[in-house]
Design a protein around this ligand. Structure first.
Ligand SMILES: Cc1ncc(C[n+]2csc(CCOP(=O)(O)OP(=O)(O)O)c2C)c(N)n1
Length: 629
């Protein structure tokens, strides 16, 4: 018997598809919800994953699959981290033991995984735009009986794209937008939208009257529709006067709520109601993050993503913690230093800064583009803003970096966390593009520290440089003994380029690399040295300006005819290897040498298991040795 089909899941065991779910008796739904919660707790505590968010949407997910029919209807979960119950219902229950493992179940909605996942997610606030696209396509194809539903958390609503999409909800569509208010993003939700949600209070009596009146009016022949529209105008005026304005109704959407999203019958009847409307509807539900599991109810933030907090038992600090501690110290002396996060205070190590310097700490919500332009504004008035953002989420702020920071030469420091390959969260969370896209930005300096000490030096230099700068570092801690030994052999020097090649020494092979993957280069070197091939390493702490890096490399070039291998944990196109080899070629520095680039290939099929991540990506010590041989 599969692990997840044990006796206690009496009702759940019978469900392998949405059709099976539809056969469950109404009176058994509460018991089913309890089984689903138990299943989630049991499995996610083994595999890790987003427990609290999923516990909050059990009733909603069950109701969605009873009222609608995927894959005919489309359901998109924003971010997708709360789609576990949806996955269980759509035939993937037995795969939960492999959740977030290589080749196993993804922790987010993924098109390639199931026909029930109509759109891939991972980054926040995309669901409604995608839903509008899907619904418009159905309209254009004449598909009249398909519904598109976007499930959006109140955290995701702090992202601008949701509001851009709301502004673009075509009245010809019949979208259903579920606003899931649990008052939490990863931490407590912030901002005026979140504060004002509590004002969107309409009683159930009011909703019923509104529905009945509209139905009655629209059934009157000829003038009914006009009367109904007139009624809507009058109703809005009355309601605006009584309750202030309702944001969603002002956007032209039919608003239902708020209702208790953890009460199965309430949520099911709201969905049926929405289905009947024949127009775009917002259902505002209130749920409890972590519902049904006391520790998660008490600490929804801690249980947002289990086994993913970046903190382990060992003594040393994570790079995020080193960064946060150093910046807090620097801000004590320099009152112009400000810290900015986009809803990732804990993840980026900024909680101490927040406590010590609350006035200069800004959490802007899940709004990376805004965070960057806001930082530029601070810099324009003489502050020294430091924006800490995960590499993968920085991708959406590209134009803000070019137009608002670099072009205006504003001294914003970007601290790019989780740079490089990241394990269990999968391809949506790898940070493998930042060197490539930042290399293209004129005037941007890029640092790539691999030790805590170098990270601190880079932060000092970047913040005092008066120029745009980016410091990128991997998740986790400085834990590679081989890299520590490399540094202790060469000693602490000037920030820039480090090498184990002594003056006048000319190796057969030169490996030029940066960041965490340096450990693989050092392992390969040990092997190659044993084979009698003298191998030298250059570790770049400062990648860009590439001219400076190329100049620094002059004294480390190998023997005539020797090999220069550029190695990185980054996409090949536009990465350090391409940029630096181009710079060196233009200076004639590579004439008479063989050079190769070892980097990530041009695809997204990147491994998801932390321990063997370099190996599966084709950039481990083994591959380096193969290239060198
Ligand atoms: C662009 C982007 N920035 C940051 C994140 C990290 N992140 C994942 S879930 C989450 C909070 C989402 O809150 P909400 O939408 O309210 O969902 P809940 O977990 O509360 O159900 C954040 C900030 C992300 N996925 N995408």
């Amino acid at each position: 018997m599969p692990e997840n089909s044990i006796e206690k899941y009496k009702i759940l065991n019978r469900i392998n598809s949405p059709d099976d779910l539809k056969k469950v008796k109404e009176e058994d739904m509460e018991a089913l919800a309890a089984e689903v919660r138990e299943f989630l707790i049991e499995n996610v505590s083994r595999t890790g994953g987003h427990l609290a968010s999923n516990l909050g949407v059990v009733e909603l997910s069950l109701a969605l699959h009873r009222v609608f029919s995927t894959p005919k209807d489309h359901i998109i979960f924003d971010v997708g981290h709360q789609s576990y119950v949806h996955k269980m219902i759509t035939g993937r229950k037995d795969a939960f033991s492999d959740l977030r493992k290589p080749g196993g179940l993804s922790g987010f909605e993924k098109r390639a995984e199931s026909e029930h996942d109509c759109f891939g997610t991972g980054h926040s606030s995309t669901s409604l735009s995608a839903a509008i696209g899907i619904a418009q396509a159905d309209r254009l194809k004449g598909e009249k009986d398909r519904f598109t539903i976007a499930v959006v958390g109140d955290g995701a609503f702090t992202g601008g794209m949701i509001h851009e999409a709301l502004n673009n909800c075509d009245p010809r569509l019949r979208l259903i937008i579920i606003l899931n208010e649990n008052e939490m993003s990863i931490s407590k939700n912030i901002g005026h939208f979140a504060e004002n949600l509590s004002r969107l209070r309409t009683t159930r009596g009011y909703i019923k009257t509104k529905r009945l009146t509209r139905r009655f009016l629209s059934r009157i022949p000829v003038i009914g529709k006009a009367l109904s529209s007139f009624f809507i105008l009058v109703k809005k005026a009355v309601k605006n006067a009584m309750y202030k304005s309702n944001y969603f109704e002002d956007m032209g959407l039919y608003y239902i709520g708020p209702i208790d999203g953890n009460d199965y019958s309430q949520i099911e009847s709201a969905l049926y109601n929405a289905k009947e409307q024949g127009e775009n509807v917002v259902i505002h539900i209130k749920t409890q993050k972590g519902k049904g599991f006391a520790p998660a109810e008490a600490d929804p933030s801690g249980y947002h993503s289990m086994a993913c907090s970046g903190k382990t038992a060992s003594g040393s600090l994570t790079f995020s913690e080193v960064f946060g501690r150093k910046l807090t110290e620097m801000a004590e002396k320099d009152k112009s230093i400000c810290a900015i996060t986009a809803a990732m205070c804990d993840g980026t190590g900024l909680c101490t800064f927040k406590d010590k310097h609350p006035d200069r700490f800004f959490d802007v919500g899940i709004a990376e583009p805004h965070a960057l332009t806001f930082a530029a504004g601070l810099a324009a008035e003489g502050m020294k803003p430091v924006a800490a953002i995960y590499s993968t989420f920085l991708q959406r702020g590209y134009d803000n970096i070019i137009h608002d920071i670099a072009l205006q030469e504003l001294p914003v420091t970007l601290c790019i966390d989780r740079a490089g390959l990241n394990g269990a969260d999968g391809a949506t969370h790898h940070g493998i593009f930042d060197v490539a896209f930042l290399s293209e930005v004129p005037g941007m300096t890029i640092y790539a520290p691999v030790t805590a000490n170098v990270l601190e030096m880079a932060l000092e230099e970047a913040v005092s440089s008066g120029k745009p700068a980016a410091i990128r570092y991997a998740s986790g801690r400085e834990n590679s003994e081989i890299v520590k030994a490399f540094y202790s052999d060469i000693g602490i020097g000037k920030l820039g380029v480090r090498s184990d090649i002594k003056a006048e020494e000319k190796p057969d092979i030169l490996i030029v690399t940066y960041g965490r993957i340096a450990a693989e280069a050092l392992k390969a070197k040990a092997e190659l040295d044993k084979e009698g091939k003298k191998c030298g390493i250059v570790l770049l702490e400062k990648l860009k300006p590439y001219g400076e890096a190329a100049d620094n490399l002059r004294s480390y070039m190998p023997k005539e005819g020797g090999l220069v291998l550029f190695l990185e944990e980054e996409i090949r196109a536009g990465g350090m290897g391409m940029m630096l080899s181009d710079e060196m070629t233009r200076r004639g520095m590579l004439e008479g040498f063989v050079y190769k680039l070892l980097a990530l290939d041009d695809n997204f099929a990147i491994p998801e298991k932390e321990e063997t991540i370099f190996e599966t990506a084709g950039v481990s010590a083994e591959y380096i040795i193969k290239e060198c041989r």
